[in-house]
Design a protein around this ligand. Structure first.
Ligand code: SF4
Ligand code: SF4
Length: 177
């Protein structure tokens, strides 16, 4: 099984157009859209959705105020200033590092999984098609790309496909590059 990945150092240069053209020409393959920040191959490639699942790539703290004694230790230790004087977490500043949960003497803070995106599995007339969409400004795109690639490889091995064709993320900073 061979993998063909279409990537570029800059967005908007025709990656998806090229991938969709290759999808028509290359036989016996699984098609992936790993441009999870701005997936759009699904708009071109007509397909039937078979499965949808949530992606969780990070955690956020949740405070149980029935246990909190307002000692302020979590606020003091948070290096991102994400906890205010009323011991309320400011989501926009929280990096999900978990220090507050580890330090709380009352065990009042729990880290809970966040839903950061969604993974879609389907079938097109040109082959199985997997893609994902990361939430707006959500983190861990690299983890989501890895999951899409793993799903694609598993299907390719299971079905004995010769190729995995991937529309990759653009930009020189992307983890796939
Ligand atoms: S460390 Fe725990 S007990 Fe102290 S203020 Fe924070 S949540 Fe409340
Ligand atoms: S998880 Fe980290 S960044 Fe978020 S509130 Fe706790 S200490 Fe601050």
């Amino acid at each position: 099984m061979k993998e063909i990945v279409v990537i570029s150092g800059k967005g908007g240069t025709g990656k998806t157009f090229l991938t969709s053209s290759l999808a028509v020409i290359i036989p016996d393959k699984v098609i992936l859209d790993c441009d999870v920040d701005a997936a759009n191959l699904y708009l071109i490639l007509e397909h039937q959705l078979i499965k949808e699942e949530n992606f969780s790539g990070s955690q956020k703290p949740v405070i149980d105020y029935s246990k909190c004694i307002k000692c302020g230790l979590c606020r003091k230790l948070c290096r991102f200033n994400a906890i205010d004087e009323t011991i309320t977490i400011k989501d926009e500043l929280c990096e999900g590092c978990g220090v507050c949960a580890l330090a709380c003497p009352q065990n009042a803070i729990k880290m809970e999984n966040e839903i950061n995106g969604r993974i879609y599995s389907g079938k097109s007339r040109y082959g199985e098609f997997i893609y994902a969409r990361l939430g707006i400004a959500a983190e861990n795109s690299g983890k989501l790309v890895t999951i899409v690639r793993e799903i694609g490889r598993d299907i390719a091995f299971e079905k004995g496909r010769n190729f995995v064709l991937t529309d990759g993320p653009p930009g020189i900073g992307c983890p796939l590059m």
